[in-house]
Design a protein around this ligand. Structure first.
Ligand SMILES: *Cc1c(COP(=O)(O)O)cnc(C)c1O
Length: 375
């Protein structure tokens, strides 16, 4: 089976892990945590990083850092992982959905204004599959309405956006809004197995996220708590792997982009299959190589994915829209809402093997299998 994703762990990972074991530092108090935070924050172009145990926790800690409270509203895309909605709900706030741009599956920034109310505290653009959300319209709306922007950059390590608003230059995804949450799950470009980080420039936002990660201990009086936090700490072992991974981010990005070029060249001649069309203001990192079938083929993603599995090719489905999640309906959310682009993406989209260990020969095998699956 050609796997969907496999991490490359042949840099300094073993060496740094051995340092943890030899020194006895395996908890979150170990020195790699701060080193990894500094390295990833620098790579993203942020002043501080707060490493946490996973990306879902990072979203929650970041929202807390931005001051989200009970009764607030947070605007998120309909097409994303449920983590985005869960993080909002955990703080007693309400997720409000927007439809996606069907070309690149990212939040349609042009539809955000219609969803703003006096309760809107945060807008959360999610850079999907390595492609930037169109951030300039959100930056302009922020000036007008005064909300905060939390970027979910879990799928966009190293991705860039061309911002007219910020002076007509390429800026890094994760360095644009007021704060960023990211994930280092095993399939993310930089991985720690499980892990996440909150990134911010404002020291107050970082300090709040840092407190939330560690039970809201008060520095001046230990074991005296005036707010509720959680144990979202990252271990020194995870951070050791993370540091070795960040050192190779440019190499990983080059591999991802090479894979995308090979796929794109091969898929151009496959009728009925569309891939991510990259907007001129985005430099995608192709976190995964996503495709969407033309409904005119009369085949849905589930059928083609099954046929690929039989042919030894692993795939993953797209996100089911948040407005179609039973667990969220049960909470009285999104009743009667419908997002046709999101629904179509779920029905016809899936992603192909795209890990950093994938070779051009394997890509050719995947494309051959896909041709057969469509025949
Ligand atoms: C992976 C991912 C997350 C969640 O990260 P975990 O580490 O799995 O909790 C959040 N948002 C997006 C867009 C993701 O892809």
């Amino acid at each position: 089976m050609i796997p969907v994703s496999e991490p490359l762990l042949n840099g300094n990972e073993k060496r740094y892990l051995a340092e943890c074991i030899d020194s006895g530092w395996i908890s979150s108090e170990g020195p790699f945590v701060a080193k990894f935070e500094a390295a990833f924050a620098a790579r993203t172009g942020r002043a501080s990083g707060v490493a946490v145990c996973n990306g879902t926790a990072a979203l929650e800690a970041a929202l807390y850092g931005l001051g989200v409270e009970e009764g607030d509203e947070v605007i998120i895309p309909a097409f994303t992982i449920i983590s985005c909605a869960i993080a909002v709900l955990r703080l007693g706030a309400r997720p409000v959905l927007v439809e996606i741009d069907p070309e690149n599956w990212c939040m349609d920034a042009g539809l955000v204004e219609a969803r703003i109310t006096p309760r809107t505290k945060v807008v959360m653009p999610v850079h999907i599959f390595g492609h930037a959300v169109d951030m300039d319209p959100l930056l302009r709306l922020r000036e007008r309405y005064g909300f905060k922007i939390l970027e979910d950059a879990a799928e966009a390590h190293g991705a860039e956006y061309f911002s007219q608003h910020l002076g007509g230059c390429w800026v890094k995804c994760g360095a644009i809004g007021d704060a960023t949450a990211t994930s280092f799950y095993a399939n993310k470009i930089v991985t720690t197995g499980e892990g996440g980080m909150v990134l911010a420039d404002d020291p107050a936002v970082a300090a709040r996220a840092r407190a939330y990660r560690n039970l809201c201990f008060r520095p001046e009086r230990r074991f005296y708590h005036t707010e509720i936090g959680y144990n979202f700490r990252m271990t020194n072992l995870q951070a050791a792997v993370g540091l070795a991974q960040v050192e190779r981010l440019d190499e990983f990005l080059a591999i991802k982009r090479r894979i995308a070029v090979v796929y794109e060249a091969a898929l151009r001649n496959v009728a009925g299959v569309r891939f991510m069309s990259v907007r001129p203001w985005a430099r995608s990192v192709y976190w995964v190589y996503a495709v969407e079938l033309d409904p005119a083929l009369g085949l849905d993603a589930a059928t083609v994915m099954e046929r690929l599995k039989i042919r030894g090719v692993a795939t993953r489905p797209f996100f089911l829209g948040l407005h179609e999640q039973p667990a969220l309906h049960e909470r009285g959310l999104f009743a009667g809402e419908c997002y046709p682009h999101t629904e179509k993406a779920y029905r016809y989209g899936f992603y192909l093997p795209s890990g950093t260990t994938l070779t051009a020969e394997l890509v050719a095998q995947v494309v051959a299998a896909l041709r057969e699956a469509l025949a």
